[in-house]
Design a protein around this ligand. Sequence first.
Ligand SMILES: Nc1ncnc2c1ncn2[C@@H]1O[C@H](COP(=O)(O)OP(=O)(O)O)[C@@H](O)[C@H]1O
Ligand SMILES: O=P(O)(O)OC[C@H](O)CO
Length: 500
Amino acid sequence: MMEKYILSLDQGTSSSRAIVFDAAGKVCSVAQHEFPQIFPRSGWVEHDPHHIWSSQASVIAEAISEININGKNIAAIGITNQRETTIVWDAETGEPVYNAIVWQDRRTSELCDRLRGDGLEDWIRQKTGLIVDAYFSATKIKWILDNVQGARKKAEDGKLRFGTVDSWLVWKLTRGEVHVTDVTNASRTMLFNIHTMQWDEELLGLFGIPVSMMPEVKSSSEIYGYTTTTIFAHRVPIAGIAGDQQAALFGQMCVEPGAVKNTYGTGCFLLMNTGDRPIFSSNRLLTTVAWQLDGKVSYALEGSIFVAGSVVQWLRDGLKCISSSADVEELASSVPDTGGVYFVPALTGLGAPYWNQYARGVISGISRGTTAAHIARAALEGVAFQVYDIVKAMERDSQLPITELKVDGGASANNLLMQFQSDILRTKVLRPCVTETTALGAAYLAGLAVGFWENVPQIRSQWAVEREFLPELSGGYVPGLISGWHDAVARVLREYDEIP
Ligand SMILES: Nc1ncnc2c1ncn2[C@@H]1O[C@H](COP(=O)(O)OP(=O)(O)O)[C@@H](O)[C@H]1O
Ligand SMILES: O=P(O)(O)OC[C@H](O)CO
């Protein structure tokens, strides 16, 4: 067979990646480019949609040339992406009318306060499974229509298109032929009804968003279209799309209800497969679509943490105490503990289960003896403590103890972080051989659509563990650590009590 590979595009918040997988699910080549983050004001985060596309296009070219293959050798393309990030472009010229407003951006927090003040929170939650928060796309689209000159009129005339990053990439790959998204990305917009699996007209009306802007919603595994970009001499089918966290859930083969994974990327996202019914959380977790495959919808419970690996980027770029993200482990390991320092890394607000849009980071317990190493260690511990809070919330919601955690994402390479995670959770932390599970999940979804893989049981056997972390710290220390963390969070919540 000529078509020996699946090409997966993983457009993350920090970087664009292209990964070529073979039928054994083995990584054959990887190319990755970090691209610029734009911070126009405190709490605002943007990307240039052209950078998103150009970085993605160049890594595609690199990944396929590295192993000397071309479009003919690729059975299908799978796309996975940072979710919620909002791009609006002109249907005719394809030119974005504004920068991409990134999921971390807090500019619409006050609008969300007003929606809650109007008593709409439960109504929105029932339809979408989401907490009203600036995180999701709906208020970001409204902001663009309200603030970019001429945008609303053009939208009403049917001349603008909205997309999350998956839609933008498909549009670019097909040179404007195809405007689609999949159910997982749609479920993060706060405009999608997760019961009817359609755009919700009442929500579109509430935010003043014309339906003509919206992409057609498809399943996570089917042929959406064929590439026309000059990167490939042949038209390659685009056959899988899923938001990165759902793709990671699939890539980790968490296909049975109760299975859980946690991805440590820019943010940190813990998802539990809940099978064919949406479970509504009593602990402020999100209900979301896991995927739609072979006509069947699966749902998930999700705990979203806004800042994880990005606090390491801040240590690197803001504080300049490390020169690469990977260096944080050596720096943090140079001290035995944080010396009493706690770091609540709420640099762009606090997500689940606190949902405070105005929170900002706090470092507490600094003394004359505190060094950059203590702060680096406290930053990593702050990531693990946030995950601890979500695990406990999820256990309460699902009434199931979480006895093992499958991990992935860039920061899961950090052994100190993984060990501390196991120490405070008192559970097994399992890191798979392929930590590119996000890309792998999208590859699986694409491959299943074109018959590259036959079915889920066939690919399930490919999952293998690389390293298992078991609790090493004596359990007696844990309650003190956790209560210190909760004191630090309480300080943040007191300081930033939802009033900007
Ligand atoms: N060894 C490491 N320790 C801690 N954080 C790391 C390490 N390597 C990468 N990171 C962090 O992981 C993030 C990148 O992970 P990735 O999964 O590629 O994220 P995304 O998909 O959000 O772009 C960055 O924020 C980076 O700072
Ligand atoms: O870019 P990541 O991997 O941090 O993921 C971002 C999430 O999709 C945001 O919801």
